[in-house]
Design a protein around this ligand. Structure first.
Ligand code: ADP
Ligand code: ZN
Ligand code: ZN
Length: 740
C-alpha cells in the first residue's frame, strides 16, 4: 500500500539524463518529505541512495508503474533546498545527468547504504595543566633530542586545536603525536560542535597590515557590498597583496558570523597561504581537498553543514560545500586550469562559484595576477567590478623576463651557456635557483641507436617515458607500465639510449654540474607520498637545498624569498599549439613563475630558453607585460569570434575502431543549425589513446541560447542513434582543452 498523495522526484546515480518518480509507502506516510532528503530506492534489482529533487502532487508516469521508496535516511545528512536548486541549474547548464551532479555534492560515505559514523572528530591541544617550569624543562630537552616533536608542539600551541588531517598537512607524523601525548605535553579531545559565532578574539590584530591606498580601495568597495550579489575581479600583479585584501574582506564577513568559502587550485601547494589564514583568524577552518580520506571528508562536510566551520578552504569540488550561513566566496588564482574538472561531470568551479554566489545573493571575489581572458573580458565590459593592484608593497620589483636564443648558445644537458653562468653567479651569492621543465621522468623516450626504433605504447602510439629510479617505462597518456627492455624491439641491438630530458634526469645532471650545492626535484613523482610535498617545501624555505628542479606544479603561489633566479627551459611547444588557449596559458605560466623570483628585497631574474625569441607573442609579453598581452589576445579572439566572444561545446567520442566514433558524430550532427556552427567530426590531436580512437565535434555559437539549443538537439539525436552504445561519448560545455 502506498500513500497516493505525494510523488517524489528522485535523482539517482545512474548515467541517465533524468530524474525518477517514486511513491511514498504507507508505512512512511507520516513523514513529511522535502527536497534534499536522502532516500533508499529500488532500482532494477538494486537498491540505491537517491536524493529528492522535488515533492509533487501529481505524476507524469502512470501510478501503477511506479515503485515506492524503501526508506528515508538520517536527517542530518540531507541536502538543503538551496543546494538542490544549485545542482539542478548545474545539471542543466552542463547537460549532465542530474544523478551524477548530485553525487558530487555528497561525500562518498553518504552515497553508500551503510550507516555512517558521526562521532565528533578527535583533535589535540596543549596540556594547560603543565606548570611553566616543567614545560620549559621538557621543551628544552625536546629541542636537543627531538626537534620535530618540538616543532609539532609549537604548531599545536599556535593553533589551539588541531585534527589529524591538519597536523598531517603540516608535514608531521602520527608517531610524533603519540610521543607528545606520552610526555603529557598534549592531550586528546574532540572537536567542539557549535555553530560559529564571532567574538572579538577571533581576529589576531597584531598580524594585520595597514593597507596601501590601492588595497584599501578594493577592501572598502567590497565591504560596502556584502549584503547582496556582486562579482569582483582583483587583477593584481604577483606580490601586490591580494591575500591581505582577501583577509581584510573576510574579517568583515566573519564579524557578521557568516561563513567564508575560499576556492584554491591545490591546497598542498599553498601551505604558506593557509598558514596566513590560520594565523590571522582564530576561528574553525576546515580544509576540503583530495588528500582527505572518506571519513575525513564526511567530517568536513558535516562541520560545514552544521555551521561549525567559519572558513572552508577547498579545491574545486568545494563549490558544492553545504554552507548554511554563507557570507562570501573567494576564488584565488581564478585562471588556474585545475578549477575545471576534466572528466565525468566537466564543470568549471569558478563559473559555478559565480552562479552559486548569485543564487545565495552574496558577493564573490576572483583574484589573479594573470586573469583568464574570459574573466578579464567580463571585467572590462563592466559585468564584473574591476579592481587593479599595480604595485608591490615595499620596494621589491617584479623580475624581468629575459629570452635566451638557443640558436646562439652552447647547450649542455638542456642548459644554455648563459643560463649556466647565471646559475653559478646566483649560487655563489648564497641565493637559490628554480628551474622549470614541464616533463616528468628521466627521458621522454628511449630509442635504439642503430635503427632509431622508439619504444612505444601500443595502446596510444606514443613513446614511453623512461622513469629510471623506478626502473620502468611509463606511458604518460594511459598510465601503462613496462620493464625497460634490454634490447631493441626491432633489430635486437643492445645500444638503447634515453632520448631527451625530463625532470628526473635534470636533477641528476644539475647535481653533476654543481656538486657543491644540493638540488631537489618537486614534481608529481617526487611528492606522491602524503606529507612529502610539505616536507620538501619546508626544506627549501630552510635553505637545505639551493637548486629546485620542478614542473609547473612549482609555479603556484609559493613564496621562496631567497629564490632570485627562475629558469624556464622550454616554452616553444605553446607557441605552435593547435589549441587557441595555449599562448594564454604560456603567458600565465611565465608571469606566475616570474612572481616566484625575488619576492623579498633581493631583485630577481627570469630566463626563458627558446628557439623563437622573435615570436610576436613572446615579444609582447616580455616587452609589455601580461596586461598588454591579454588585451591584444582579446582583440584577436574577438575577430575570430572565439571565447569569450563566442561560446563552444565539444562532443567527444571514442571506440576501439576509428570508424565508430566518426560515424556516430557524423550521424548526430547531420542537420543544419542557423545560429550554431558545427565543425567536424575530426580526429582528436591524439587520435589514439589507451587503445581507443578518438574523434570530436566542435559547436560554436555567438550566444549561449543558441549553443544550448543545438547541444540539446544533438543529445536528442544521440538517444535515437543505434551507435550510442558502441562508443563512449561526452559533452563538454565551455571546453578548456580542444587538443585532447
Ligand atoms: P599576492 O597574494 O598578491 O601575491 P601577498 O598578499 O602574498 O601578495 O603579499 C606579498 C607580500 O606583501 C607579503 O609578504 C605581504 O605580507 C606583504 N604585504 C601585503 N600587503 C601589505 C601592506 N599593506 N603593507 C605591507 N606589506 C604588505
Ligand atoms: Zn634497433
Ligand atoms: Zn599508453
Amino acid at each position: 500500500m502506498t500513500s497516493n498523495s505525494v510523488y517524489l522526484q528522485v535523482a539517482i546515480p545512474v548515467p541517465m539524463r533524468q530524474s525518477f518518480t517514486y511513491l511514498v509507502p504507507e508505512a512512511l506516510a507520516e513523514l513529511s518529505f522535502t527536497k534534499g532528503d536522502r532516500v533508499l530506492v529500488p532500482f532494477g534489482n538494486r537498491k540505491l541512495i537517491g536524493v529528492v529533487l522535488a515533492v509533487t502532487t501529481d505524476s507524469q508516469v502512470a501510478t501503477t508503474k511506479l515503485k515506492a521508496i524503501l526508506e528515508r535516511l538520517a536527517d542530518e545528512s540531507k541536502l538543503s533546498p538551496e543546494q538542490i536548486d544549485f545542482l539542478s541549474v548545474c545539471a542543466r547548464y552542463y547537460h549532465h545527468p542530474i544523478g551524477d551532479v548530485v553525487s558530487q555534492a555528497l561525500p562518498v560515505l553518504l552515497r553508500q547504504i551503510k550507516p555512517v559514523d558521526l562521532t565528533p572528530e578527535q583533535c589535540w591541544k596543549i596540556n594547560a595543566e603543565l606548570s611553566n617550569e616543567d614545560l620549559n624543562k621538557i621543551i628544552k630537552k625536546l629541542a636537543k633530542s627531538a626537534a620535530k616533536q618540538q616543532a609539532l608542539y609549537q604548531y599545536i600551541s599556535d593553533h589551539g586545536e588541531l585534527t589529524w588531517p591538519e597536523i598531517r598537512m603540516a608535514g608531521f607524523l602520527k608517531s610524533q603525536i603519540t610521543a607528545l601525548i606520552k610526555k603529557q605535553l598534549i592531550i586528546a579531545g574532540t572537536v567542539k560542535s557549535e555553530a560559529f559565532v564571532f567574538t572579538d578574539d577571533c581576529i589576531n590584530c597584531a598580524d594585520k597590515l595597514s593597507l596601501s591606498v590601492e588595497q584599501a580601495v578594493v577592501v572598502s568597495s567590497v565591504n560596502q557590498q556584502l549584503d547582496g550579489f556582486s562579482c569582483h575581479l582583483i587583477d593584481g600583479i604577483t606580490g601586490s597583496g591580494k591575500t591581505e585584501v582577501y583577509l581584510q574582506i573576510i574579517e568583515e564577513v566573519l564579524k557578521r558570523s557568516q561563513q567564508v568559502l575560499i576556492l584554491v587550485p591545490e591546497i598542498g601547494l599553498t601551505p604558506q597561504t593557509l598558514q596566513r589564514f590560520e594565523k590571522r583568524f582564530r576561528v574553525p577552518v576546515v580544509l576540503h581537498h583530495s588528500g582527505l580520506n572518506d571519513s575525513e571528508r564526511l567530517q568536513t562536510w558535516h562541520r560545514t553543514k552544521k555551521g561549525e566551520a567559519a572558513i572552508v578552504i577547498a579545491t574545486r569540488s568545494g563549490v558544492f560545500a553545504p554552507l548554511v550561513n554563507p557570507g562570501i566566496i573567494v576564488v584565488d588564482e581564478e585562471h588556474d586550469g585545475s578549477l575545471k574538472q576534466q572528466e565525468g561531470f566537466r564543470y568549471h568551479a569558478r563559473d559555478l562559484a559565480i552562479l552559486r554566489a548569485r543564487q545565495l545573493d552574496i558577493p564573490i571575489v576572483l583574484g589573479s595576477a594573470t586573469p583568464a581572458l574570459e574573466t578579464l573580458q567580463n571585467a572590462l565590459s563592466g559585468r564584473y567590478q574591476y579592481h587593479q593592484l599595480t604595485k608591490r608593497p615595499g620596494n621589491s620589483n617584479i623580475a624581468k623576463i629575459e629570452l635566451i636564443d638557443m640558436a646562439q648558445q652552447q647547450v649542455e644537458f638542456g642548459l644554455s651557456g648563459s643560463l649556466k653562468k647565471a646559475i653559478e653567479v646566483t649560487l655563489a651569492r648564497g641565493e637559490q635557483v628554480l628551474i622549470f621543465l614541464n616533463r616528468r621522468g628521466f627521458a621522454p623516450a628511449i630509442s635504439c641507436q642503430e635503427c632509431h626504433w622508439i619504444a612505444e605504447c601500443q595502446r596510444c602510439n606514443k613513446p614511453y617515458t623512461l622513469h629510471q629510479k623506478q626502473g620502468l617505462l611509463v606511458c604518460h597518456h594511459c598510465g601503462s607500465q613496462k620493464r625497460i627492455p634490454a634490447q631493441c624491439g626491432k633489430c635486437g641491438s643492445i645500444r638503447i639510449k634515453p632520448l631527451g630530458q625530463g625532470t628526473e634526469q635534470l636533477e641528476q645532471r644539475i647535481g653533476d654540474l654543481f656538486p657543491e650545492y644540493s638540488a631537489i626535484r618537486i614534481d608529481r613523482d617526487s611528492t606522491s607520498r602524503k606529507g612529502e610535498l610539505a616536507k620538501l617545501l619546508q626544506q627549501v624555505t630552510d635553505k637545505e637545498h639551493q637548486i629546485l628542479v620542478g614542473t609547473q606544479m612549482l609555479a603556484k603561489g609559493h613564496h621562496f624569498p631567497d629564490v632570485t633566479l627562475v629558469a624556464v627551459l622550454d616554452v616553444d611547444g605553446a607557441l605552435f599549439s593547435y589549441d587557441f588557449r595555449a599562448p594564454e596559458h604560456m603567458a600565465q605560466l611565465l608571469v606566475q613563475v616570474s612572481g616566484r623570483a625575488g619576492r623579498a628585497s633581493k631583485p630577481g631574474k627570469v630566463m626563458v630558453q627558446t628557439h623563437y625569441p622573435e615570436h610576436p607573442l613572446l615579444q609582447d609579453l616580455v616587452q609589455n607585460g601580461y596586461q598588454h598581452f591579454a588585451r591584444y589576445a582579446l582583440i584577436e579572439r574577438e575577430q575570430a569570434r572565439i571565447p569569450p566572444f563566442g561560446f563552444q561545446a565539444l562532443f567527444r567520442a571514442e571506440a576501439a575502431y576509428p570508424s565508430l566514433p566518426e560515424s556516430f558524430l557524423r550521424q548526430i550532427s547531420n542537420q543544419n543549425f542557423t545560429d550554431c556552427l558545427i565543425s567536424g567530426p575530426v580526429a582528436a590531436a591524439q587520435e589514439k589513446k589507451a587503445g581507443k580512437y578518438r574523434y570530436h565535434l566542435l559547436l560554436q555559437a555567438n550566444d549561449r541560447k543558441h549553443l544550448h539549443a543545438a547541444v540539446q538537439q544533438l543529445l536528442k539525436n544521440i538517444e535515437q542513434s543505434e551507435l550510442q552504445n558502441k562508443v563512449r561519448w561526452t559533452v563538454d560545455i565551455d571546453p578548456q582543452e580542444l587538443s585532447w
